[in-house]
Design a protein around this ligand. Structure first.
Ligand code: BDR
Ligand code: CA
Length: 311
């Protein structure tokens, strides 16, 4: 049983990720959900996390709010994709569960450091501000975690928020650079992978067929996202980015990639937030990331849909 902390900025794909984890109690134990500013400002990401937990009747999961802005920069949000609330497309009731007292980066440090080294996996689905702040408080965190699995970055796929950068890394490039050098085993799931994993109509209908409140809500929430993505990319369906992180823990065999050196551009206005990937090993730089480039999308959706159907 893997102990995990899920750091996120819900939007629906983040919520699908933590619901997938909560629907997998034989494999995963969710110690906490921590929220950060990203897709929408912190009060909304913190609210959306609790809306999804209440919908799935998983209110025993602690939710800690964290950073309301990136380390050094002004927050950039993605209402153009997810709507004003971050959860547009389906009306969910205002949550009644409270946030757990405490600041997410401190909670992350406590939850990791009070356990044995190599026990806790950090699942990062958002700008990496909370993790960088946790590392500032406790630099040994990087070598105490079992692994960091993060959705972020891009290589041959190009960017989704600028031509060069993926959203999570672009919002807080300094935090991403800090995390990449923290000494933890890191698995990175970039756009190269997540753009293969799209919410086609057939997959959406399969989800809806469960007829549960979770299935119905996420059918509509993902449908809202899909409209923007379909116009932007000209594909059928939108990428279901963040659930790949949890799917990787449950079924690593459906992903392929290789160990490489990755760093983040933090200075150039043109390529800010770009993940520079030494795919061909043209430098001597130490390989710090397991970089995944392909996913079997059918097996990914089979897993996500089957597990969400359990809730
Ligand atoms: C990432 O950005 C967010 O909008 C998604 O939730 C995902 O974490 C994809 O670039
Ligand atoms: Ca996210």
């Amino acid at each position: 049983m893997r102990q995990i902390i899920i750091d996120c900025d819900p939007s629906p794909d983040d919520a699908v990720a933590f619901l997938l984890a909560l629907a997998s109690p034989e494999e995963l134990n969710v110690l906490a959900i921590t929220t950060v500013a990203g897709n929408v400002p912190l009060p909304l990401t913190s609210k959306n996390a609790r809306k999804a937990l209440e919908l799935a009747k998983r209110t025993e999961t602690p939710v800690y709010a964290g950073a309301s802005a990136p380390l050094l920069r002004k927050l950039i949000t993605a209402e153009h994709v997810h709507g004003r609330t971050g959860f547009d497309g389906y009306e969910l009731p205002e949550p009644t569960m409270a946030l757990t007292k405490g600041f997410a980066p401190e909670a992350i440090v406590d939850l990791v450091m009070q356990r044995k080294a190599g026990e806790v996996t950090l699942c990062c689905l958002a700008p990496l501000t909370n993790i960088a702040l946790a590392l500032a408080k406790e630099p040994r965190l990087g070598t105490h975690v079992r692994e960091i699995v993060l959705m972020g970055g891009a290589f041959s796929e190009g960017g989704n928020i600028t031509p060069a950068a993926e959203f999570n890394v672009f919002v807080d490039p300094e935090a991403a650079a800090r995390v990449l050098s923290c000494g933890a085993p890191i698995t990175m799931i970039p756009l190269d992978c997540t753009h293969q994993a799209r919410t086609t109509n057939a997959r959406m209908e399969k989800l809806r067929a469960f007829g549960t409140p979770v299935a119905e809500a996420f059918y509509h929430l993902l449908k809202f996202n899909k409209i923007f993505d379909e116009q932007k990319y000209g594909w059928e369906g939108g990428p279901l980015h963040d659930a790949t992180v949890i799917a990787y823990l449950l079924a690593p065999e459906i992903f392929t990639g290789r160990k490489v050196y990755v760093n983040v551009e933090c200075a150039s206005p043109l390529t800010l937030g770009m993940t520079v990937v030494d795919w061909w090993g043209v430098t001597e730089n130490p390989k710090n990331v397991q970089f995944l480039r392909d996913v079997n999308a059918d097996r990914y959706f089979d897993l996500v849909i089957e597990r969400l159907g359990r809730l």
